[in-house]
Design a protein around this ligand. Structure first.
Ligand code: HEM
Ligand SMILES: N[C@@H](CC(=O)c1ccccc1NC=O)C(=O)O
Length: 452
């Protein structure tokens, strides 16, 4: 029942969603942590002048015992993960050993936060924003004015990199409205209030549509060339990175004798989009293994896409718990199916939510094409000279398949995710929902939502 799912118990907030409800800590207050703060706050210059590895090697190994609360643990995680990625990727030859000054405290703070010990969406986006000028009012509008936000840390010091993270911050903020509506939807079902349910599903569809517009803001201030050649190399993890010279089993943390491998940062680690998938009963399967829509709903979890499920482990612990609980109680699709005959508006409003989510994924594919696929083509023509100039690790093999930072086979994966979004449509048998969200009547054809 929805009343047992209280968002605040899981660090999910009505006014900020999966973002913290207070501004993240910009610096650890203890003088003891000055060696970390000094390096991370000068990261772009230290990378450009190729001093980062030497300075990290000279850094003392600090204890985590002085960290007092969650906000400080998050800041410590952020500092250490920025330093870790700068250390591994910030010099032309990547190294497969993370020194113990970073590895040991990083393993402790990640365990506390239930995150993997490398840069994830949490440290790069969710906890990486601050106000430019202090807002006079403390209300939400003032707080999340995108034009008054900047990032706490970046690898490159570029506006493009800040913007890249801030678009996701704004996306999460706007998503808080979708979460609130989603919780209302569950309550309406519990109270059998179909009229209110229809109205909330309609509002939810509008809200999801809005998320697509946020996504397209990326182009305003993040240049695709800068993203691909200067920023993206730092976001990579250490899983499947053998073609840039890392051990295929990952990297060694401090004195550990077996390497660890983890996927790089990705927006697939955003709890918001997985919240919407679970609420609307969208299921994802391994790439190339998508069952027919009518076969999907009764399948058990293990058959679902291992990448989207794996990415849940890259979300802060309490957010993982929130999604797991939602998974157990979400009954929107079943309720819509049960009440569809007497309430045709119910199907329309539920299907509209799916259509908008599908449209969001379509826009995302356009962005990925511009920011990764086309840039990668350019880079093979240029012989990767751009990556060389910036002193970053570059691929040692020609013609290797372009992968997402999360390690997916990018376009096939994203296209399947998009197509699967239409699969649970209750009106799948009778209507066609186009990817731009327009609905048009169609004669009874199964799977119609997925035909493009
Ligand atoms: C230049 C900008 C972006 C690029 C190049 C990009 C690229 C990618 C890639 C390659 C993936 C596949 C997973 C992986 O292997 O990493 C992915 C997943 C994803 N991205 Fe992005 N992304 C960008 C911006 C965004 C933004 C701003 C959002 C949200 C507003 C977003 C939302 C998602 C979601 C939700 C997924 C998981 C797959 C899905 O649910 O469809 N991305 N992205
Ligand atoms: N998966 C993307 C990277 C990505 O989406 C991302 C990585 C780290 C932090 C945030 C991300 N998405 C942000 O908008 C890529 O392959 O380039």
């Amino acid at each position: 029942m929805s009343d047992t799912l209280r968002m605040e118990d899981f660090d999910v907030f009505p006014t900020s969603g999966f973002l913290p409800n207070k501004f993240p800590l910009v610096r650890l207050p203890q003088d003891y942590y000055k060696p970390w703060e000094e390096l991370v706050n000068n990261l772009p210059s230290l990378i450009l002048t190729k001093r980062i590895r030497r300075l990290v090697d000279q850094m003392p190994e600090l204890e985590t015992g002085l960290l007092e609360d969650d906000a400080q643990y998050r800041r410590a995680y952020q500092v250490l993960t920025f330093l870790a990625h700068a250390y591994i990727w910030g010099v032309s030859e990547p190294t497969d050993k993370l020194p113990k000054q970073i590895a040991n405290p990083l393993l402790k703070v990640s365990e506390y936060l239930r995150l993997p010990p490398l840069a994830t969406y949490s440290g790069l986006c969710l906890w990486n924003f601050k106000e430019i000028l202090p807002s006079e009012t403390c209300d939400n509008e003032g707080k999340f004015d995108l034009d008054n936000l900047t990032t706490i840390n970046t690898f490159t010091g570029s506006i493009d990199e800040s913007w890249f993270y801030l678009v996701s911050v704004y996306f999460e903020y706007k998503g808080s409205f979708a979460i609130k509506l989603g919780m209302e939807v569950l309550k309406n079902i519990e109270q059998d209030n179909i009229e209110l349910l229809v109205s909330n599903l309609q509002k939810l569809a509008e809200c999801i549509d809005n998320l697509g517009s946020v996504l397209m803001k990326m182009e305003e201030m993040c240049d695709p060339h800068v993203f691909y050649f200067r920023i993206r190399p730092y976001l990579a993890g250490w899983k499947g990175m053998a073609d840039v010279g890392l051990d295929k089993n990952g990297i060694y943390y401090g004195d550990e004798s077996t390497p660890r491998s983890y996927a790089g940062g990705s927006n697939a680690q955003s709890s918001l989009i997985q919240f919407l998938d679970i609420l609307l009963n969208v299921k994802h399967f391994s790439t190339g293994e998508r069952p027919a829509p009518h076969e999907q709903q009764n399948l058990n979890k293990p058959t679902e896409n291992s990448f989207m499920n794996e990415m849940k482990l890259y979300m802060p612990g309490k957010h993982q718990d929130f999604l797991a609980k939602l998974e157990k109680i979400s009954n929107v699709r079943d309720y819509v199916l049960k009440n569809q005959v007497e309430n045709p508006d119910l199907i329309l409003s539920y299907d509209a939510c799916l259509a908008m989510l599908k449209a969001f994924r379509d826009k995302h594919i356009q962005i990925v094409t511009r920011y990764v696929v086309l840039q990668a083509k350019k880079s093979s023509k240029l012989g990767s000279s751009s990556t060389l100039r910036s002193g970053l690790a570059k691929s040692k093999k020609k013609g290797v398949e372009e992968k997402g930072t999360g390690g997916t086979s990018l376009l096939p994966f994203l296209k399947q995710c998009r197509d699967e979004t239409g699969d649970p449509a209750a009106g799948n048998w009778g209507k066609r929902i186009l990817s731009d969200g327009v609905m048009r009547l169609k004669y009874s054809r199964p799977n119609a939502v997925n035909e493009d």
